[in-house]
Every structure is written in C-alpha cells, then in structure tokens.
Design a binder for this molecule. Structure first.
Ligand code: IYR
Length: 233
C-alpha cells in the first residue's frame, strides 16, 4: 500500500478552506458488529514486557505508524516524529542509558507512593525488553516548529495529540498481531542525543515492539468494567 498523503506543508495563518467529506455510511447492523468485534479484539491486548527476539515485518510497524499519523492533533500541527530502531547496537545503547536512569528511579527517586503503585506490575530497573524486542519505536513530540523565517512557533496540545497518536498506534499494532510496551524512562533526554533528533523534539515514549516470548507472563490485572467507566446521561 503506498502512501496516499498529499505533500504536507504548514497551514499556519492560511484561511479556512473547506472541502467535502462524504464517508460512506456504515449500515447500523454492520456498525454494531464491527464495534463488538473490535471490543473483544482489544480486550485481548496486553502490555508485554517479555519479548521473543523473532523479527517482525517492518512493513507492519510502518503501516501502524501510518495509522498513528492520522490522529487528530492540536491545530492539525501533527507534532510527532516516530523513530524506528532495529539496529542491535542502538537498542543496546538505549537499554544501557534507560537502565541507568531507572536504577536511580527505583532506588528512591520515584518515592514510596509511586513504588507502591508499581508493585502489582512487577517492574524493576532491568529492561531486557529494550534489547529482546526486535524493534523499538521511539516517539518524539515536537514542542514547537521552526518557520521559514527561523522563528519558533508554538505547537498546541502536544501531549494530548501525541498521546492520541500512540493510542492509535497501539491499536493498529495489536490488531496486526504485534505486542508492544509503552515505556517511559524518566528522564528521557538521552534519547534525543542517542538518536540525533533536533532540539524541538522531546522523547514521549519508547515502544518495544515484537511477539510475546514463548514463556511470556503478564501481571494478573483486572480492567475496570464498561459500567465503571461509562456514564450515560
Ligand atoms: N518508568 C519506570 C517506572 C514505571 C512507571 C509507570 I507510571 C508504569 O506504569 C510502569 C513503570 C519503568 O519503566 O519501570
């Protein structure tokens, strides 16, 4: 599937330019069936921390990023960059740097309340998934962009926009049969350096992507029910 996007340019300051939008109406029965199917497919998604080193088709990850980039964003500024790392040495570098930060975090920087919240997840400072998973997708948020005049221009609702895009990415990966973890080493400044990203980009998350290991375990967690999270008025 080729990329059907038109060439992108910033629309900053341009006048409103409407175009028709006439998606085919999905018949109600098909809509209900699709939503129900999707609901159960997504119920199966788990955050995975134990990956098989088996390679993943790069095309699946690229297509998932292509899905993520359709996310809505503040002022349609699309303030994201996805860096796909498959190179073994770079993954090793990222793991070493992340574990250095995590050690400080788990040794007390997080504080007792946070550590208690994490206990049921069974996480610690050792992050084998960063090198076991055959692909790391590092998501950067662009805090601002630089206009043709060299001036910095603000991006709006960057956290929300990139968060929505990552949600769509996780959905696409899961439906395509790949597992992922949203890893947020803190602080993440090292990622910009290791990956040579520009100053306007700030790491948002590192996503190890792959197949679960044959002996993969996940914490026995319970999701809130639909009734607990949905209020209908
Ligand atoms: N970044 C650390 C700690 C951590 C924090 C949260 I909030 C989690 O949901 C999971 C982990 C780590 O990756 O271990």
């Amino acid at each position: 599937m080729t990329d059907t996007a038109r060439p992108w340019s910033p629309i900053h300051g341009e006048p409103y330019r409407p175009e028709p939008y006439r998606p085919v109406r999905v018949p109600a029965a098909a809509s209900v069936a699709c939503a129900a199917e999707l609901r159960w497919r997504m119920e199966e998604r788990r955050t995975v921390r134990m990956f098989s080193p088996d390679p993943v088709p790069a095309e699946v990850v690229r297509d998932a990023v292509a899905c993520a980039r359709t996310a809505p964003s503040g002022a349609h500024q699309q303030p994201w960059t996805f860096v796909l790392v498959r190179d073994e040495e770079v993954r090793q570098l990222i793991r070493r740097a992340a574990e250095r930060e995590e050690r400080t975090s788990y040794d007390g920087r997080l504080g007792e309340e946070w550590l208690a919240a994490l206990r049921p997840l069974g996480t610690d400072e050792v992050k084998p998934h960063l090198t076991d998973a055959p692909a790391l997708l590092v998501v950067f948020q662009q805090r601002y962009w630089v206009g043709p005049d060299g001036a910095r221009r603000k991006h709006y609702y960057v956290d929300e926009s990139v968060g929505i895009a990552v949600g769509m990415l996780l959905t696409a990966l899961h439906l395509a049969g790949l597992a992922a973890l949203v890893h947020t080493p803190s602080p993440m400044g090292f990622l910009r350096e290791v990956l040579g990203r520009p100053a306007n980009e700030k790491a948002f998350a590192v996503l190890p992507i792959g197949y679960p290991a044959a002996d993969c375990e996940v914490p026995a967690l319970v999701r809130k029910s639909l009734e607990q999270v949905l209020v209908e008025i």
